[in-house]
Every structure is written in structure tokens, then in C-alpha cells.
Design a protein around this ligand. Sequence first.
Ligand code: KIV
Length: 272
Amino acid sequence: MSVSPTTRKRVTTRRLIDMKAAGKAIACLTAYDAITAEILDTAGVDVLLVGDSVGNVIQGHDTTIPVTLEHMIYHTQAVVRVVEHALVVTDMPFMSYQVSPQEAFRNAGRLMKEAGSGAVKLEGGQRVLEAVRLMTENGIPVMGHLGLTPQSIHQFGSYKERGATPEEADEIRKDALALEAAGAFAIVLEKIPTALAAEITSIVSIPTIGIGAGPQCDGQILVWTDMMGMSTEFRPRFVRRYAELHDVMTTAVKHYVADVRGHTFPGPEESY
Ligand code: KIV
């Protein structure tokens, strides 16, 4: 498995748009810390999203709602310190962009200036357009996020797929076109029907990044702990598990505990 040399250049938002035009699929993953970000970047991932899924994965919450802007700055700084190639995108957490476009703009500016992010992501279509416009007109690249938007979980009532009815599909379609018109450089499509994601991908000129949105999106994203099999419980259909790290790590830790208990660690070669 080789990583093509072209992916080793610093990835920019322009480059992602060019990749779509060239039919080259965009590989994205989440990252929340330096040691993981270094591995994912070295392995050739194009976009590292410091997702507000940090709330679930790292902080142990049931939803992304409790995540704050300070948390996102902290985790982005850790990722940005080690990444050499991927574009780092940071999620704007719940209530950091909903109050007013000006407040959204100021908070997005903090993610760029203090955290060093290369772009921000926010959830929603029509309702966030003014904020998106303000950011993109002032040098802040924005990635949209449509479909199952986890910050609206209490409004949706479940993590069920979105866009399955003609009305919902129409709204998502309109939102995608509106985000493109407002200057977004890419759109995440989460848990929507394959045919709808394919249609949106064909009508916008910016890349679509799918998660549970079928194979015809311009790129794919997964939460890195999901694709590495770190969780025993969370097994949604859209996740392909590329490793079973939960098992690997549990076995390793059991060996360590046994070695400590048996006084076989440290050995002479591990001592001074
Ligand atoms: O927060 C996150 O990890 C995300 C991706 C799953 C798209 O928004």
C-alpha cells in the first residue's frame, strides 16, 4: 500500500476542490491529539477534522453538546503542532456560531488565530449562511455539514438517517447549494441516502465528504476510533473497522499487568 507522492504536499482547500475536479477521492479522519494526528498524517490522510465528536470519544459524553470553544482550541493546538501535510479543520462547537453571525465570525477567528486551524466546520444550511458568508468573505475557509447533524440531536430525537422523505431531501439539496453559494469549500454529508448524496455531489462544484452517505461522495470521513475498532459498543453500519484496537490494547495491558505482578517487568535490559 503506497501513498502517492502528490498527497504529500500540504493540502489546501483549493487542492481539495481540484481533487474533486480530477475525480481523486479525498480521505478524511478525525483527530484529537498529537500522537494520533502524527500517525494519520504520515499515513496520507488529506483532511484531519478536530471534530466535536471529541465530546463523545475523549470526554465520555453522550452527545457533542457539552463541548466548548476552549476544548476545541486545546485539541486543535495539539493536532496542529505535529501535522505536516493534512489540512486541519476544526469543528465549531454548539452555541459558538448560533447566537449571531458576528459572534460566529469572532469564534471562528479564534480557531484560526489561537489554535492554528486551516478551516472551520459548522452544522446547518440556510440558518448559518450569513455567518458562513462573513467568514468566507474575510479569509476563513468553511466546511459545511448537512444531514444528520449531531448538535441537533435533541431536536431530531434520534440518530436515524436524514433526507429519507422528499421534503427533507429537498431541504438538504437546497442547503448544499446555498452553502456553496455562500463560499463553503466542502460539505460533509452525514447519514443520508446514497442517491441523495450522489445527486448533491453532482450538482455542487465543491467536494462532498460522506459519512454514512454512500460511495459516490467526493471523499469519506470516519471517526478514527470507530474505524480502528476502539469501541465494543458503537458499531453503526457505516463504519468499516480496519483494526480491532480494543482487543489488541486489552490483550497488551493484560500482559503488562501479569508481568508487573510476576516481577518479570522490568528485566535487566529495561533497568539502569
Ligand atoms: O465531529 C465529528 O467527528 C464530525 C464528523 C463525524 C463528520 O463531525
